[in-house]
Design a protein around this ligand. Structure first.
Ligand code: ZN
Length: 93
């Protein structure tokens, strides 16, 4: 687990929700009444939360994802694959 400490430091929110997505994976979290997500950086694996980002119904994240790890600094336009389908099964609307 080489990244464990760095991940924990960058990762307060994910810890709070007890989720730990792997690189390029994301997990849904519930923030108040809105859905958000945490995502594992595709480059360094650090977990970053998206609570300051807007997630479109199709999963597109804006503004671009920015890795919170200073040493990484990856900036990338991302789409959360399966966001819409996942949401549909969870909201029962
Ligand atoms: Zn990164």
């Amino acid at each position: 687990m080489p990244n464990r400490k760095a991940k924990a430091a960058a990762n307060r929110l994910a810890e709070t929700f007890d989720v730990e997505p792997g690189p390029s994976e994301w997990k849904r979290i519930q923030l108040g009444r809105s859905d958000s997500a945490v995502i594992g950086c595709p480059r360094c694996g650090a977990v970053t939360d998206l609570h300051d980002s807007h997630i479109a119904p199709d999963g597109a994240v804006s503004p671009a994802f920015e890795c919170r790890q200073f040493a990484c600094g990856l900036s990338l336009h991302i789409v959360l694959e399966g966001w819409a389908a996942d949401k549909a099964t969870e909201t029962h609307s």
